[in-house]
Each structure stands twice: as structure tokens, then as C-alpha cells.
Design a protein around this ligand. Structure first.
Ligand SMILES: Nc1ncnc2c1ncn2[C@@H]1O[C@H](COP(=O)(O)OP(=O)(O)OP(=O)(O)O)[C@@H](O)[C@H]1O
Ligand SMILES: [Mg+2]
Length: 333
């Protein structure tokens, strides 16, 4: 029986851009263009895809840091988009985010201990002494000494600052943690340690993660399921193990083929072997299947119709006409 913490349905975010001429209509950038996914309690769902495909926009929408154009999002049964400002404040305690660059998310003049305690102060939780004690405890939880409380971010390495950012996200005891490229800015040598920490605190606190990364070898290691995005759409979603073993969408196949197994540093999804051209503009995405302009298996139908995300068995879904028959068969069962 599924137990979804997060449910996203038909989520759309169109950004209106500045019109070119005085009398032109503003162009619309389709950053997220109708996506559906669930995140099960306690799992890590990976979001992967080339730069600009809508990963961070999806994260910001789920947290309601930006308003969607349309669609619905629920967190633990609560309609995130229908909440009042006050209810949203309370809801924000339950969902936190860690960004790629810890320095840009920490106040350079604030001690790391004060930064970690700041969300408690903001939400008026605990008194000053308790906040101090809790921040020291969370320093230890993320593998730093509690005596580092008074240090400033510039006295720390990137990995240590990312641990501080993780402590600050954890101190409110959220249900959902969104990790947007959490190790991409770190030295290769410390990435594994920070990933280990994330895996450990997930188990300890029963957290649910949405894990965004360019680095498919990392996603393979930490995510239970993975969704592949292309130009604002999910083109494939499956158990990570299955997706990596048997990707069905030509785009996922190219991404996965590009992972050098022997290279723990991992590839970036923006260097795609065997796939022609660049990602088209999200202002003017191709008609039909958005991937058809780069797809080595393009068929006439792909330029005419947009493939829906179709069930290919055991929760593995793919948006590709090559798999229509399998999907029809799976539906008929
Ligand atoms: N505030 C905004 N106004 C206009 N366009 C935006 C805005 N925010 C994002 N976009 C555009 O939306 C698209 C998706 O951006 P997003 O940041 O979600 O991509 P991403 O998948 O996170 O990419 P990356 O891997 O580079 O972080 C991009 O084309 C981006 O330029
Ligand atoms: Mg991003």
C-alpha cells in the first residue's frame, strides 16, 4: 500500500518574460509544464536532467517559494496551495531545503551556531538558552564539534558549511527535505562524507527527501526512485535500480550511457554522448514529443502527438511512443 507524503498533480509554472518590442506579447517560458509525481514517506526521490529542465523550479514550487501557474501539491494530505499565510508558515516547518552553495545560504556575519538556531527563533520555538543548546546538539548531529558554535562561515570549508546548512534545515524536524545539488559544489574528496551524513540523518529522523542532481552516479547511489525531466516534463520515472539497469526513454538511455562507471566523480548530465544538439528553448518547446528533435529513434507520430507518461509495469512509467504497446498491454492487465 502506498504512503505518499507529497503528491504533485498537473503542476505548471510558466514565467512571463519581458516582451521584445513595445507592442509584443510577453513570451512565456515553460519551466515546468504539467508534471505528476508522488514521494513516498521515508524514500528519496531523485530529479535528474540537463540544466534548465525545471528541477529547481519544481523544488521551489513544492515549498511554495513561488506560486504555480496551475496544478496541485499536497504535503501529508494538506493542500499546500490553499493555505493561508499563517498556515503556510506552519507548513514551512515541515519542509526545508538545502542548496548547492552553502555560503550563499548562510549569513557571513552570523556565527554558524546562531544560523542553525535562527529557524527556531523565527518560528518562536524554545527560549534563548534552549535554542543555544539545540544548535550545539545539531552541530554534533551533523558531525561538527559543538564548540564551533561561535565560528563564522569563512572559517569553515565548503563541506563544513554544507553540514551547517543541513543542521539548520534539520533543527525544525521537517518531514520533507529538498536537496538541490547538495554536494555539487563540494570537493570530490568530501562529497561521499556529506552524502553519508544525509543518508544517516534520513534514517535517524525518518526523513523524506527530494534529491536534485546533475550527477547521475550520486543519484543512483542515494535515490530509491528517480524521475528524469526534459524541458519541464517528466519523461521517465522508476525505481532507481530498474531505471539504471533498463532505461526505456531514449533520453534516459543517453543520460545513463554517459555515466562512466569507473568514475565516482560522475558525469554532468549536460555532456550527452550520442545525442545531437542542445536542449531547445523552453520558450518554444518542440511540438509533439519535446525530445523528438534530438531523438535517434524519432517516428512520424513523435512530431505530431505528445506522448503521455505511460505505465510500463511495476510503477515504471515512460513518455515515449516506442513503448506504447507495452503500456497498452500493461493497462489491459
Ligand atoms: N524567475 C524566473 N524567471 C524566468 N525564467 C526562469 C526563472 N526561474 C527559472 N527560469 C527558467 O526556467 C527554466 C528552468 O529553470 P530551473 O532553474 O528550474 O532549471 P534546473 O533544472 O534547476 O537547472 P540547473 O541544473 O541549471 O540548476 C530555465 O529555462 C530557467 O532559465
Ligand atoms: Mg537548478
Amino acid at each position: 500500500m502506498s504512503d505518499s507524503l507529497v503528491k504533485v498533480r498537473s503542476l505548471v509554472k510558466h514565467f512571463k518574460l519581458e516582451p521584445k518590442g513595445l507592442f509584443d506579447a510577453p513570451p512565456v517560458l515553460r519551466a515546468v509544464d504539467g508534471i505528476d509525481f508522488d514521494v513516498q514517506r521515508g524514500e528519496t526521490l531523485g530529479l535528474v536532467g540537463e540544466s534548465g529542465c525545471g528541477k529547481s523550479t519544481t523544488a521551489r514550487l513544492v515549498l511554495r517559494l513561488i506560486e504555480p501557474t496551475s496544478g496541485s501539491i499536497t504535503l501529508d494530505g494538506v493542500d499546500v496551495l490553499a493555505t493561508s499565510k499563517k498556515e503556510l508558515m506552519a507548513l514551512r516547518r515541515e519542509m526545508q531545503i538545502v542548496f548547492q552553495d552553502p555560503l550563499s545560504s548562510l549569513n557571513p556575519r552570523m556565527s554558524v551556531g546562531t544560523s542553525i538556531a535562527e529557524p527556531l527563533r523565527f518560528h518562536r520555538i524554545a527560549d534563548k538558552v534552549e535554542r543555544f543548546d539545540l544548535a550545539r546538539r545539531y552541530l554534533e548531529i551533523v558531525g561538527l564539534s559543538k564548540d564551533y558554535y561561535d565560528r563564522l562561515p569563512h572559517e569553515f570549508s565548503g563541506g563544513q558549511n554544507q553540514r551547517v546548512a543541513i543542521a539548520r534545515a534539520l533543527i525544525l524536524q521537517p518531514k520533507l527535505l529538498i536537496l538541490d545539488e547538495p554536494v555539487s559544489a563540494l570537493d570530490v574528496s568530501i562529497r561521499a562524507q556529506v552524502l553519508r551524513l544525509l543518508i544517516d540523518v534520513q534514517a535517524e529522523f525518518g526523513l523524506t527527501y527530494i534529491f536534485i542532481s546533475h550527477d547521475l552516479s550520486v543519484v543512483k547511489r542515494v535515490c530509491n526512485r528517480t524521475a528524469v525531466l526534459y524541458l519541464g516534463k517528466i519523461v521517465e520515472i522508476a525505481e532507481s535500480e530498474r531505471l539504471y539497469r533498463e532505461p526505456l526513454h531514449p533520453y534516459s538511455q543517453a543520460l545513463i550511457r554517459a555515466i562512466p562507471e569507473a568514475n565516482p566523480d560522475g558525469p554532468r548530465a549536460d555532456s550527452l554522448a550520442g545525442i545531437e544538439g542542445d536542449v531547445p528553448s523552453p520558450v518554444n518547446p518542440p511540438q509533439g514529443c519535446r525530445f523528438h528533435t534530438r531523438c535517434p529513434h524519432r517516428m512520424p507520430v513523435c512530431t505530431e502527438k505528445e506522448p503521455p507518461l505511460m505505465e510500463a509495469g511495476d510503477g515504471h512509467k515512460v513518455a515515449c511512443f516506442l513503448h506504447q504497446e507495452a503500456a497498452d498491454h500493461s493497462d489491459g492487465q
